[in-house]
Design a protein around this ligand. Structure first.
Ligand code: TXA
Ligand code: MG
Length: 331
């Protein structure tokens, strides 16, 4: 699915006028504004209801723009860019003095990413052609603060439709969970948010496994809040071997429970709303947010998610599920 010429032109016009445009990336949909225009960036925070001290990622059309936004870029960061951009990797780097503090949440660093989606790249190239070759689009995920990130244009419409001028539709997102964030601003690279690019992929470039940040001492990352990516329906994780007992008990209580599983249902003909996700971490990530939204829409009174396997390959989806459980049922 590709936007028309007229839609691209309108998107660039709106961005240049300081308005918001939602656009697809390969991870999730973003809510974009001209990153060099603090008044435009402020509209992102207002539309999402996001606290002002949470920094945004600046999306660029290519590596060439990096030095315009960041300084003291270490060699290791260039190596990561060469390997993974365009793609689902965000690098945290020391910011140039001019970069507006509305974008960086008042920090001395800036998050940069060249997304791997043809519509995002086309928008970024056209915006840079019109506004200056290093121009960037600041964009968080296009959901209300704390809620599930959108992976289709319809999700963005549901979340923010009445608050934004234009949504570019690029079809469903390929990856389905947010980018991996690696902090390269303070010596050894540290993973701040796990994602599709796993520690093993980073290790192949870095020559060693990167450290994974713990909540304390890490720079502010809204996706690192204990409660995030959350459905409105209360949700819990249940071990696969306990699922049958758990669901029977819920039924006795009169609870209409929805189930998100990845292995076979424990027995045929269960009366619950079942949503089966692929039993591999990449497929699971691709479908997870849409499944959570589906459960919210189905009007179930709670969601049971079959607990996931251990292991590094599952770390990114386990991370999102844990935070979704913590934030679920809050509205
Ligand atoms: O895949 C993605 O990363 C999507 C797409 C749209 O690019 N964007 C996204 O944005 O997930 P957002 O704002 O929902 O999450 C970005 C995370 C936030 O948790 C923010 O705190 C962190 O990146 N971040 C941005 N700049 C940072 C900085 N200078 N230091 C530490 N964390 C930063
Ligand atoms: Mg987000």
């Amino acid at each position: 699915m590709i936007p028309s010429e007229a839609e691209y032109a309108r998107a660039v016009e709106l961005l240049r006028a300081g308005e918001l445009v939602a656009f697809p990336t390969e991870t999730v949909y973003g809510l974009g504004a001209d990153a060099a225009n603090p008044a435009a960036v402020a509209k992102i925070f207002a539309a999402k209801g996001r606290p002002a001290d949470h920094p945004l990622i600046v999306h660029l059309s290519g590596h060439d723009a990096v030095d315009h936004w960041a300084e003291q870029v270490p060699d290791v960061a260039w190596e990561l860019m060469e390997t993974f951009w365009p793609g689902p990797l965000t690098l945290i780097l020391k910011k140039q003095a001019w970069v507006p503090s509305t974008v960086t949440g008042g920090q001395d660093t800036v998050g940069l990413r060249v997304p791997g989606h043809t519509v995002a790249l086309e928008l970024l190239r056209r915006f840079a052609a019109a506004s200056g070759e290093h121009a960037g689009i600041a964009a968080p995920s296009a959901n209300r603060f704390g809620r599930i990130s959108p992976t289709t244009a319809v999700h963005v419409q549901e979340e923010l439709g009445e608050r934004i001028s234009l949504i570019l539709d690029g079809g469903p997102c390929k990856v389905g969970i947010e980018s991996t964030i690696v902090d390269c601003s303070r010596g050894e690279p540290v993973v701040l948010r796990p994602g599709h690019i796993a520690p093993a992929h980073l290790e192949a470039v870095l020559g060693r496994c990167p450290a994974i940040a713990t909540a304390t001492g890490a720079p502010r990352v809204s996706g690192s809040l204990a409660a995030h990516y959350a459905p409105q329906t209360p949700m819990r994780l249940v071990a696969g071997h306990r699922l049958l007992d758990f669901l029977n008990a819920q039924r006795h209580k009169g609870d209409r429970c929805g189930v998100i599983g990845h292995s076979q249902p424990p027995q045929a003909g269960m009366p619950h709303l079942w949503r089966m996700l692929p039993a591999d971490p990449v497929g699971y990530a691709h479908d997870l947010y849409a499944a959570l939204r589906e459960m919210d829409h189905a009007g179930v009174s709670s969601i049971a998610v079959e607990a996931l396997p251990d292991g590094a390959a599952w770390a990114a989806v386990v991370d999102r599920l844990r935070r979704a459980v913590a934030g679920s049922g809050s509205s």
